[in-house]
Design a binder for this molecule. Structure first.
Ligand code: HEC
Ligand code: HEC
Length: 338
């Protein structure tokens, strides 16, 4: 998951920084090359030809996708204004800050018309779908956005266009020479166009496995964090799906703790084992328990009950996977014998 990627990068960064300091000439020239070619340009990435609308029903659907399913606000609002809050209608004014140690600092963009007003619909659709910005550069972290059907992407754009402009001048993201050298090597998927075909649309309303699958693999992207994911351009997610994250990530704010997105299957090692549909709904509605979890609990708590039940039914239909992932939040270095 993106969070894991960032912390891994920071670790590699510190190690590589020491090596660079030793003066290895080959590495130094690699750094020079990477800095000179940063950031990559992807002008050929197609712009989806989709147009936003002022149709109130479409705008209302867009609000639901931004607020609940696609969790844009966990990244597009400052963390202190978001965590543990009721985020319905929260304005994505940008300014969430990610400090990546020696790699650089990333800031999210202002998504109100004061920020994206100048962008054409085609450019807006492209950055949401592929992560490639209007200037053809990759927008870091947009890799975490799940694939959406055209119908939902139009709704998201229409909602953003309908917001009151909020003036919030967000600083540009910056990468150090080390960040520019390491990102392309260690995490090419962060800085290349994301290439996932849009899924077939399954409209909201009613409870179905198909709708649950669309949400979990699409806009909510449960699938990416709760499976083994490689940060390659196409964001390859490895089977078996929903077996849990491949490895724990350090808690970004407390090095004595770690997080691991659990196995979500019904196998006895999985989180869903013995959990009823009602208990699942209750858990999602209860929201965040772990302060530093990357999971957008505040957003998902706003999902309709039909959508929560659809996700449950889909997960219950996924082949059970035997994999002990342990508690989602635990002491660093946890093993199954603890
Ligand atoms: C994991 C965090 C994350 C999530 C989730 C996320 N974004 Fe972003 N987004 C970012 C960051 C960071 C940037 C700014 C990157 C940069 O250019 O420095 C960005 C940039 C953008 C831009 C480009 C704005 C501009 O002015 O160039 C748009 C549009 C955008 N996001 C829309 C969305 C929408 C819509 C969603 C939900 C469907 C979403 N984002 C979800 C992190 C995120
Ligand atoms: C950005 C990564 C991310 C995404 C997206 C994500 N999760 Fe998680 N999830 C985690 C992590 C990390 C944990 C462990 C920490 C915690 O409990 O918050 C977790 C924990 C859980 C738990 C266990 C909660 C508990 O009380 O022990 C459930 C259930 C769950 N996720 C379901 C889902 C569902 C359903 C979706 C999609 C609708 C989803 N997750 C999307 C990362 C993610």
């Amino acid at each position: 998951m993106y969070w894991q990627g960032m912390s891994t990068l920071t670790k590699i960064g510190i190690g590589l920084g020491a090596v660079v300091a030793l003066g290895l000439i080959g590495l130094a020239s690699l750094v020079g090359y990477s800095v000179a070619t940063w950031p990559g340009q992807y002008p050929d990435t197609p712009r989806p030809q989709l147009a936003s609308t002022d149709d109130p029903e479409t705008i209302a659907r867009g609000a639901y996708i931004v607020d609940a399913l696609a969790h844009c606000t966990i990244c597009h609002t400052p963390e202190e204004e978001f965590l543990f809050k009721d985020v319905r209608g929260m304005v994505p004014k940008g300014g969430h800050e990610w400090q990546m140690g020696p790699m650089g600092t990333v800031y999210s963009a202002n998504l109100t018309p004061a920020g994206i007003g100048e962008m054409s619909d085609a450019d807006l659709a492209r950055v949401i779908r592929t992560g490639i910005n209007a200037d053809h550069h990759p927008a870091p972290l947009m890799v975490a956005v799940g694939p959406m059907a055209d119908e939902d992407l139009i709704a998201v754009m229409s909602y953003l266009r309908s917001l009151e402009p909020v003036d919030n001048d967000v600083p540009d993201s910056t990468f150090t020479a080390m960040g520019k050298t390491l990102m392309p090597l260690a995490m090419p998927g962060f800085i290349q166009p994301r290439d996932i075909a849009p899924p077939a649309f399954v409209k909201e309303g009613g409870i179905s496995i198909e709708r649950g699958r669309y949400i979990a693999h699409g806009p909510a992207f449960c699938f990416a964090c709760h499976s083994e994911m490689q940060i390659s351009p196409e964001l390859a997610v490895k089977e078996p799906y929903f077996a849990g994250a491949a490895a724990p990530d350090p808690d970004p704010k407390d090095s004595t703790m770690e997080l691991r997105a659990p196995n979500l299957t019904t196998h006895e090692t999985g989180w869903l084992h013995g959990v009823t549909e009602d208990a699942f709904v209750t858990r999602l509605k209860a929201g965040r328990a772990v302060e530093h979890s990357p999971m957008p609990w505040e957003n998902y708590a706003l999902m309709t009950e039909d959508d929560m039940r659809s996700v449950y039914r889909y997960l219950a239909s996924v082949p059970p996977v035997d994999q002990v992932t342990g508690p989602g939040y635990r002491k660093a270095g946890w093993t199954p014998t603890d």
